[in-house]
Design a binder for this molecule. Sequence first.
Ligand SMILES: [Zn+2]
Length: 275
Amino acid sequence: MPEAPDLQVVLEYLQPRLVGRVITGARETRPLVLRNLTGERFSDDIAGRSIVAMTRHGKLLFFELSGDRVVLINPMLTGGLRYTEPDEKLLKSVTVTFDIDDGHQLRYFDQKRMGMVYYLRPDQVNETPRVEEQGPDVLDAPMSLDEFKTALRPFRGEIKGILTRGRLISGVGNAYADEILHAAGLHPYKKKTALSDEEIARLQEAVYRVPLEAFNLLQEKVGENIHKKERRYLKVHGKGGKPCPVCGYEISAITANQRVTNFCRKCQPGLLVRN
Ligand SMILES: [Zn+2]
């Protein structure tokens, strides 16, 4: 579930607390999430390494460690990080813990254990699924409209799918795609080839504005609770059956591949098929 705005809040909270610190120990508390590609024993190999830098690209977090090691976190749908005192109760959802030299712990939790915590060498990062294929980050400096049009050219299919796949722009998932398309007044299942120039311009504007506004809002709301999912402020995503905040019409909910798509049929007119 964490998308670029959510993860950027986590990153900016953790950076001043972790960069420059030493990991004194780490362990896997539940299997399936940690993928250690170094060939060394995880707990032994990571102990004593310092956190040199933390970065984010799209929906991935990178911890650059001293001595050529990287921790790459892909939280997928249910993963997240908790920064705690070590005596705080260890929840069942926690799969990997890191002990920090100032006495804190960083815990990766994942209810469904669909996410991945990679431990690797820097040269292995690009071999990791989803790393190479990511487009520029959605919170980076926006592409101009001409650049956006050019970048959009090779893509086919429905516009929501193009946004969430991450190749055009990285960091937009199911929730923010719904929000962006609502802001742009575009039906989520509209085909890219059916978009007019004016619709592409609306899309380009919303793609950059909506996640940035969300990030600014989240940074205020989340505070220290980086492990909590804050989604109440969204306009349409997760609001099926409720009135559209723009026009008052009931928000639609369509589920496909276990993902719900929410949109307003009045603000986002289009297709009679698939509705
Ligand atoms: Zn509406």
